[in-house]
Design a protein around this ligand. Structure first.
Ligand SMILES: [Zn+2]
Length: 203
């Protein structure tokens, strides 16, 4: 692969974001912002995050399959749902959370915010923006993991770190550019929004 693999992430991110905007809008209307009925807020927002998580899960799975196919070389086994579910339940060393726990945390935070404050529209706007950012990060993570899995399945032993090689590359990633790592000893990305990627090194 010669260019970064995140076009698929970006496409999925746009689609999910459009869906999330509609879902947040509807939830906002359903919450009846004039008379806050706590039980109703909890019910509406619990359903909202359940739907958002289901949208994401499906998109993660589709993306993983495509990113796996796009990785060169790739093996013959496509990532299955259990692989993605395990990823979502594992600790993310870059975002510093477990995805599934963070979904609940974001939900509870919005519930609290909507019940406690008078600027509910602001709460919804913030909830949506946090959700979109989190989802975008998670899509990149799925791409990275699907790519690594594809390489491993194809017997790749070493990978090369690639940066965008522009002036936005951070001081940690800069020196890593074109560095070769054994596939099982690739360092974690140093920060959120790191869009460095890995390419397979041919033996
Ligand atoms: Zn980077």
């Amino acid at each position: 692969m010669t260019e970064n693999p995140y076009q698929l992430s970006d496409k999925a991110s746009k689609l999910l974001n459009r869906k999330a905007i509609r879902r947040f809008d509807k939830a906002k209307r359903d919450c009846n912002l004039l008379h806050v009925d706590e039980l109703n807020v909890i019910k509406v927002l619990t359903a909202l995050y359940k739907d958002l998580a289901a949208d994401n899960k499906k998109a993660f799975f589709d993306l993983a399959v495509m990113a796996y196919q796009d990785a060169q070389p790739h093996g013959k086994k496509e990532p299955d749902m259990s692989w993605i579910l395990a990823l979502l339940d594992s600790y993310d060393p870059v975002y510093l959370v477990v995805y599934t726990h963070e979904v609940e945390r974001k939900r509870d935070r919005l519930i609290e915010g909507v019940i406690a404050t008078s600027s509910k529209t602001v709460e919804f706007r913030r909830g949506l923006s946090l959700w979109s950012r989190f989802t975008g990060h998670e899509l990149d993570r799925v791409t990275d993991e699907a790519t690594l899995k594809a390489f491993r399945d194809a017997g790749v032993k070493k990978v090369r770190w690639r940066t965008e090689d522009d002036d936005k590359v951070c001081p940690v990633c800069g020196p890593r550019d074109k560095k070769v790592y054994p596939i099982n000893k690739v360092p974690d990305k140093p920060h959120i929004n790191c869009r460095c990627w890995l390419e397979a090194v041919k033996e």
